[in-house]
Structure formats: C-alpha cells, structure tokens
Design a protein around this ligand. Structure first.
Ligand code: ADP
Length: 376
C-alpha cells in the first residue's frame, strides 16, 4: 500500500505541476491580448461579441471591453454600412481567412473611422463553425493622407489642363504661319509634340486619380465592342502603316454587347492596341479577337513584338511601371496606360491579364460582363 501511495503522490505532483504550467501559459497569452496595440476580438456567426481586448474598445471609443460589449451586443452595429459586414463574413467563410479588409466603422461618439480587418473562421474539434477571430487596426490617418494626395493630383492636373490646351492650340497656329524660317518651324513642331505629350500625361493622371478615388461614375450602358474596336483601329492606322504592320480583327460578327462605360472602355482598348503597335517592330502582326464566353465577352490583342520579361510580368499593371526591355525600342512612355486599363476594367466588373514571351510577343486579354440577352 505504501508503494501505491507513493506512486499516487507522484502523479498528484505531476498534475499540480502541469496545471501551474497551463496557468502560466494562459496568463502569458492573456497578457499579449490585453496589451496588444491591435484590437482583438472573437464573435459568433451573427456578430455577437464573445471576447474583446482593451485596444478594440479604445479604437471604437469605449473605456473598457465590457462597455463595448454591453453597448454593442453585435459588431454589425459598428459598421457604417451593414452590407460591408455581410460581405466581410461572406469572404471569410469562402476562404477561411481574410486579410486587409478595409472598411468604415462608427465610434461611440458617432465619429467615422477607417479600419482594416484581418480575420479567420475557427472550427471546433468536430469541424463545426465555432467563432470568428480577428484583429482590427485604425488606419484613418493613412486614409486621410491618401485622400489628400489624390485630391492634390486631381486639383493640380485639372488646373494644368486649360493653359496646356491653350499652349498646344497656339503652337498649332504658329506652325501654320507663312514665311517662318525653317529652323524656327522645326522648333515649333518639337514644342507642339512636347505639348501634346504633356496633355496626354495630364489627362492620364487626372483619369487615374478620379478612378482611384471612385469619383467617376461608371455609366452602365450596352456597348458594342466591335464598333469601338473599329474606331480604335482606325485611329491607330497611320502609326501601324508607318511601321508596315498588319492589323487584323476577327470575331466581330457574333459578339454580344457588354455593359460598360463606352468612353472608358474605348480608352482601355486604345491603350492596349497602341501598346501592341508601339512595342512591335516594323513588319510585325497585330491581331484582335473577340469571343462570347459564358456570360462574358473576351477581347484580346495579340502581337509579335518584343514581349515582356517573365520577371516583370507580375508588376506590369502597377502604376508607372515599365519593363526593363522597352528602352531599346521605345523611350516615350509613362507606365500609366496599363494601370488605367486595370482600374477601368476592374471597376467595370471585368478582368484583364497578359501572357507573353520575351522576344516573341504578347497577348493582352480582357473580359467584360455581357448584357443579358432578352429572348426575342
Ligand atoms: P507605357 O507604354 O507608357 O510605358 P503602359 O502602362 O501602357 O505604359 O505599359 C507598361 C509597360 O508594359 C510598358 O512600358 C512595356 O514595358 C510593357 N508593355 C505593355 N504592352 C506591351 C506589349 N504589347 N509588348 C511588350 N511590352 C508591353
């Protein structure tokens, strides 16, 4: 009996020791949660708070987590737009985790703040939904700086437009004056080209800042991609002719209209097609293809040009980005064209991507939602 008693005492010691370790680990975990700069929470499926840390309370303007939980029994009430919470939950459910979900929330004092959420769905041992767990960071200041930057660019470029157009117009007039000496005429022609480049740059910057800020209302009307393509090809015909390039268009006949803003879509098609002309050497071929594809229309432009190095492809649609191989063939460019194309197509509910092999050619494809066909 004595031996059994000893063994029992030993087991008891072990249990006590592991309980102490567990308490220590819990205390350490609680300490991290209590002192984290980020807001940390757990909620039920319908948004009821199961846990909140002091930072979360502070971000939303409350003294303590309990004050927050008592006042806002559900996190849904904190969203400026409750539909955003539904979208947030939908995306967490879809992928299991969600990072950098930016949205606006309302503080206790009514003030509106910008936050970014990182969240995941947690399951219990049986694999059933248990709760959502997430962190919140206040990004209001960053958002204000971004807004200021975008407002500034928008204001400055808008102010530049009028004097620039005047300059361009006067240079056109000067070019037509008779009796101007040959060298002066060539200076005027150069100045006019520079003014035209500036006008293009200013227009692109203005369009980018408006699209980024969501200040452009995207019109949704039935758009005929075939007609837009014809007008783009006609506009670029002189450049293509100068370079003896063959431009072909196929699939125009049976294309469904898309729902989009015709002016913006024309800009996107023009940017992609003019790039194909620009980055394809003399004698090359450019082919444009259109195709209906379950509920969407796909439009692509293929060229036999210089292509894009594989390493540069992921950054191609970024702002001001130009690939490393362009400078040998084409010095003029801002790296805004594809950035605008991506903004326009994304805001129109479509996708755009590029497939390319350096030295062989490139294919840029975009898709847009088809206008629903009403059966006749
Ligand atoms: P830009 O033409 O003014 O430089 P874009 O934004 O239109 O700016 O294009 C970004 C970059 O993508 C270009 O500088 C070029 O490196 C690459 N690119 C775009 N289209 C093509 C193409 N058809 N063939 C090869 N490179 C291209």
């Amino acid at each position: 009996l004595g031996a059994v008693g000893h063994a029992f005492d030993g087991m008891l010691d072990e249990v006590v020791r592991s309980q102490a370790l567990l308490r220590e680990a819990e205390a350490r975990y609680a300490d991290i949660v209590q002192n984290a700069v980020e807001g940390i929470y757990q909620t039920s499926r319908d948004g009821k708070y199961l846990m909140a840390n002091p930072s979360l309370a502070r971000i939303y303007g409350y003294d303590t987590p309990d004050d927050l939980i008592e006042d806002q029994d559900t996190a849904v009430k904190l969203y400026v737009d409750p539909a955003e919470r539904a979208e947030f939950v939908r995306r967490v459910d879809e992928a299991g985790v969600l990072t950098n979900f930016e949205t606006q929330m309302r503080r206790k004092d009514g003030g509106v703040i910008w936050v970014t959420h990182n969240a995941r769905r947690v399951r219990d041992a049986d694999g059933r939904f248990a709760y959502y767990e997430g962190t919140v960071q206040d990004i209001t200041e960053r958002k204000h700086v971004e807004q200021f930057k975008s407002d500034f660019v928008s204001f400055a470029t808008h102010q530049m437009r009028t004097p620039l157009s005047g300059l361009k117009w006067l240079l056109e007039l000067a070019g037509d004056v008779e009796g101007v000496p040959a060298d002066a005429r060539s200076y005027i022609a150069d100045a006019r080209q520079s003014a035209e480049r500036l006008v293009r740059l200013v227009n692109d910057l203005l369009a980018a800042s408006r699209l980024e800020g969501g200040r452009i209302t995207i019109k949704g009307e039935n758009v005929d991609l075939a007609a837009l393509t014809r007008s783009v090809v006609a506009e670029l015909a002189p450049q293509a002719r100068d370079k003896s390039q063959k431009v072909t268009v196929c699939g125009e006949g049976d294309i469904t209209p898309v729902i989009a803003d015709p002016q913006l879509i024309r800009q996107a098609l023009l940017n992609l097609t003019s790039n194909a002309v620009k980055y394809t050497p003399a004698g090359g071929a450019i082919s444009i293809r259109m195709q209906n594809r379950n509920g969407e229309v796909a439009w692509s432009v293929d060229d036999t040009g210089i292509g894009i190095p594989a390493a540069d492809q992921p950054r191609l649609f970024g702002k001001f980005f130009r690939a490393g191989n362009v400078f040998a063939v084409e010095t003029e460019g801002t790296g805004l064209g594809l950035y605008l194309v991506r903004l326009i197509i994304q805001r129109s509910g479509g996708h755009v991507w590029c497939e390319s092999q350096e030295g062989k050619g490139s294919t840029f494809t975009l898709t847009l939602p088809a206008a629903t066909l009403v059966p006749a």
